[in-house]
Design a protein around this ligand. Structure first.
Ligand SMILES: [Zn+2]
Length: 368
């Protein structure tokens, strides 16, 4: 019987692993198997989306790998891979998995975190896990809720583990790991795990309201997508300041950066977007030549030169991992003029003709 592997299962199985592309490609057996699966080595290179470090690792790159494998399969369910038994029905997905398996090694730095120090434990002295299926002792739940509140989530501190607390934990974990979908991660904090370290931190990663305006930018969101990671807030402010300094100062009539959607109050699934769940996604509306915002690369009022200046401010910011956008002229210009950040730009297809989408790097968790 064919076996179905969901995207979540795939990500969980590979989470602490990485694939070194150069090492794998140096192996003729790997190359042969990948080509037999109908994949080109260039396609694998394209999955190295973020750091361009020659490795596939982390939830976003693994998700892209899953989607590539999914593309080899005809007609399966959208978020599962159907893996058939080996033998005469050995298809492209099985061939690709066969090539990839055994090539993964443990990811650097993704091993288990050390136990919390006395000082860390004193800031969040959990006696047991909190979350679905956990003991949920009310003192522990209260401690976790209180810390979630401190880092910016709107949760009651009542010692009862409920959906609001679970969603905050899922959103927080997705923010820390860069997972696109909060339903793909666990809403549970176990003693000494990533969430315990983060919540016990003297400087915990924070969930914040996005700023209304600042140098070079204005936040025009009106439908409740005004929350995200502190790193996203910092990125917006830094990008705005750079755009102001490098372009608006000499083009005072040009549009300011127009921030639209980040994430909702509690993060999590949303009807409006496929992503925008973990506080690390930002949409920016396109500038118009009349100085306003809200255009489309196909419209006459689209201000391409202001957009180019925005792209420079955005993609040269180290907090930005990836930009999705669909202006072929500017995508080509970035490559042709050999911009050091050109690798961060991706053609986002038809849905990204009227906005820029930014992925922000997840905050680092310092072991406590
Ligand atoms: Zn977006």
């Amino acid at each position: 019987m064919p076996r179905r592997i969901s995207r979540t299962e795939f990500l969980e199985a590979r989470q602490a692993q990485r694939l070194d592309l150069a090492a794998a490609k140096a192996d003729p057996v790997f190359r042969q198997k990948v080509e037999a699966a109908g994949l080109s080595l260039d396609e694998l290179d394209k999955l190295d989306l973020y750091e361009r470090d020659g490795r596939l690792e982390g939830p976003r790159e693994l998700r892209a790998l899953f989607d590539l494998l999914k593309g080899l399969e005809r007609g399966g369910a959208a978020d599962t891979l159907t893996v058939k038994p080996l033998g005469w029905s050995f298809g492209p997905v099985e061939r690709a998995l066969d090539a990839l398996d055994g090539r993964f090694e443990a990811s650097a730095g993704s091993g288990p975190l050390p136990a919390l120090t006395e000082a860390g434990r004193a800031r969040l002295p959990l006696s047991a896990a909190v979350g679905r299926g956990a003991p949920n002792r009310s003192d522990d739940v209260r401690l976790v809720q209180s810390r979630l509140k401190d880092v910016g989530f709107e949760v009651g501190v009542d010692g009862q583990f409920g959906p609001r607390t679970e969603q905050a934990l899922k959103t927080y974990r997705a923010m820390l790991t860069g997972a696109d979908e909060t339903n793909e991660v666990s809403g549970r904090v176990d003693p000494d795990d990533l969430l315990h370290h983060a919540l016990a931190s003297s400087e915990p990663p924070r969930w914040e309201r996005m700023p209304k305006s600042g140098p070079g930018f204005v936040n025009e969101d009106t439908d409740g997508f005004g929350f995200g990671a502190a790193e996203t807030r910092a990125a917006i402010e830094e990008i705005g300041a750079a755009y102001e300094r490098d372009y608006l100062a000499s083009h005072p009539d040009a549009a300011r950066l127009s921030v639209n959607d980040v994430s909702e109050r509690h993060g999590g699934d949303t009807r409006d977007h496929q992503t925008h769940e973990n506080g690390l996604d930002v949409d920016l509306r396109l500038p118009r030549s009349d100085g306003g915002s809200g255009s489309d690369v196909r419209w006459a009022n689209y201000d391409r030169e202001a957009t180019w200046a925005m792209l420079q401010a955005i993609a040269s910011n180290p907090r930005v991992e990836r930009v999705l956008f669909s202006d072929a002229t500017l995508l080509a210009r970035a490559t042709d003029t050999k911009q050091p950040w050109a690798h961060k730009l991706f053609d986002g297809g038809p849905v990204h003709k009227n906005h820029l989408h930014l992925d922000i790097r997840p905050p680092a968790v310092t072991p406590q």
